[in-house]
Write a protein that binds this ligand. Structure first.
Ligand code: ADP
Length: 495
């Protein structure tokens, strides 16, 4: 038999990618294309969903060409995507009624304030696991229903469809209008326990059920593609961070991954019961395979990690490329008593303080740019520690080790420091494209290309591991200083 492969489409915030994997989970080819970011007003961010679809088609063609195969050699295709980005399109013409509203967009602030005042945040958090924040898709959909002429009436008549980006792509590929539990868990509209739309919340938000996709598992055949992937089963969908959790094979409660990019996202597998956080974390669905019970996760989002390194490069000009921060940091023994808390637009998890602004604390005449570089790297590690402390407080299963991926994990000094401050081993996999890998794994499982989770687990390969080596007294002293520095960021803005 000719060798079969699995493809993954990663529809991200700045670009779309397609990767082809072989049966050992090794990447064979990749193609990527960026799309435009539209900023029609301050705080607004939009994407043209037609452009994204064209890019996705292009990357599929290129990735297949790169692997020298046709779609007949694909056992399945899986999808992973930027989460929460919201689209409505016409059921008949297939045209979007407006640009997609991107997760970063903050236009729903007033609308969320009204929901909070009228119903209280608790009501939403208890059902959906989420706070009332501009991130999530439901409020963006409310905005579209209120602002696009005639949309509400068309939605009630079932003429238009809502979806996040995986829904859009699955619909374009197969004509099916579905979403998966991980993406649905980011809408503020899904009941975490029933894994379906919550009728009461739809009512409170005034969202017609007729426009919503069917909620399906993350790994099952949603339909068969036509066009560029003609005949290929579309067999998985996972939000990008959940796909990374899956690609890192964090299948056991207590296993976690952190993706270190512009910002960082830590997800901890908490097993088959949702843990509602009392410490500023989001409760979300990690994945669900076919009709098996869903696996839940706690999620901690850190706004500024890699972008602090960019700030050192672009705003201070202390380095000319991000990786140079490591050499600069290694030019000194320690942070010299200096701490940088990058609360550039407030603090995210676990603090959620929009009034905070960044500080450089402990400045003395002794501090050099080397100390500053060290403090910049350490900031990512301490922010991770704060999220892990919140997770350990929320969850009965403490973190045992941390699997990492993303652009910053090339920084060995940082990885050692993360292991030191968390006091658990930090592990980097051989395949760092964990997002695509997770989508491919889930799709391959759904069609029997891989038989079970154990097989995936067995083929996961470690590239490097860092063991904690810091003296506990030293760690505690540094933690106290970090906490003092964080305190100094609070109550900065007046509004
Ligand atoms: P994203 O997916 O969010 O765009 P990436 O995973 O591509 O991010 O990582 C890019 C980020 O990582 C940038 O913010 C950059 O500053 C940071 N980065 C890249 N290499 C290093 C390094 N060696 N040390 C520290 N930071 C790095």
């Amino acid at each position: 038999m000719t060798e079969q492969y699995v493809a993954a489409i990663d529809q991200g915030t700045t670009s779309s990618r397609c990767m082809v994997f072989d049966a050992t989970g090794t990447p064979i080819s990749v193609a990527q294309r960026e799309h435009r970011q539209h900023f029609p007003q301050p705080g607004w961010v939009e994407h043209d969903a037609e452009e994204i679809w064209e890019n996705v088609e292009w990357t599929i063609r290129e990735a297949l060409a790169g692997a020298s195969i046709g779609p007949d050699r694909l056992a399945a295709v899986g999808i992973t995507n930027q989460r929460e980005t919201t689209l409505v399109w016409d059921r008949t013409t297939g045209r979007p009624v407006a640009n997609a509203i991107v997760w970063q967009d903050t236009r729903t602030v007033p609308l969320l304030r009204r929901l909070d005042q009228t119903y209280g945040e608790h009501r939403f958090r208890a059902r959906t696991g989420l706070p009332l924040a501009t991130y999530f898709a439901g409020p963006k959909l409310m905005w579209l229903l209120a602002e696009v002429d005639g949309l509400r009436e068309r939605a009630e008549r079932g003429e238009v469809l809502f979806g996040t980006m995986e829904s859009w792509l699955i619909w374009k590929l197969t004509g099916e209008h579905v979403t998966d539990v991980t993406n649905a868990s980011r809408t503020l509209l899904m009941d975490l326990r029933t894994l379906d739309w919550d009728p009461q919340i739809l009512d409170l938000m005034g969202i017609p059920a007729a426009m919503l996709p069917q909620v399906r598992s993350s790994a099952e055949i949603y339909g068969t593609a036509t066009g560029v992937l003609d005949g290929v089963p579309v067999a998985s969908a996972l939000g990008d961070q959940q796909a990374a959790l899956f690609g890192q094979t964090c299948f056991e409660p207590g296993e976690a991954k952190c993706t270190y990019g512009t910002g960082s996202f830590l997800l901890l597998n908490t097993g088959t019961e949702p843990v509602v956080s009392g410490h500023g974390l989001l409760t979300t669905v990690g994945y669900r395979i076919g009709d098996q019970p869903a696996t839940y996760a706690l999620e901690g989002a850190i706004a500024v990690t890699g972008s602090l390194v960019q700030w050192l490069r672009d705003n201070l000009g202390l380095i000319s490329a991000a990786p140079e921060v490591e050499e600069l940091a290694r030019s000194v023994e320690d942070n010299g008593g200096c701490y940088v808390v990058p609360a550039f637009s407030g603090l995210f998890a676990p603090h959620w303080r929009s009034d905070a602004r960044g500080v450089i604390a402990g400045l003395t005449g002794y501090i050099t740019k080397g100390h500053l570089a060290r403090a910049v790297l350490e900031a990512s590690a301490w922010q991770t520690r704060e999220v892990v402390d919140a997770m350990n407080a929320d969850s009965a299963v403490p973190l045992r080790n941390l699997r990492v991926d993303g652009g910053m994990t090339g920084n060995e000094l940082l990885m050692q420091y993360v292991a030191d401050v968390l006091d658990v081993p930090v592990v980097r996999p051989a395949v760092t494209e964990t997002t695509c890998l997770g989508a491919a794994y889930a799709a391959g499982l759904a069609v029997g290309f891989w038989p079970d989770l154990e097989t995936l687990r067995a083929q996961w390969r470690q590239d490097a591991q860092w063991q904690p080596a810091m003296d506990p007294d030293h760690r505690n002293r540094e933690l106290r200083n970090w906490r003092k520095a964080v305190e100094r960021t609070l109550n900065w803005t007046d509004d």
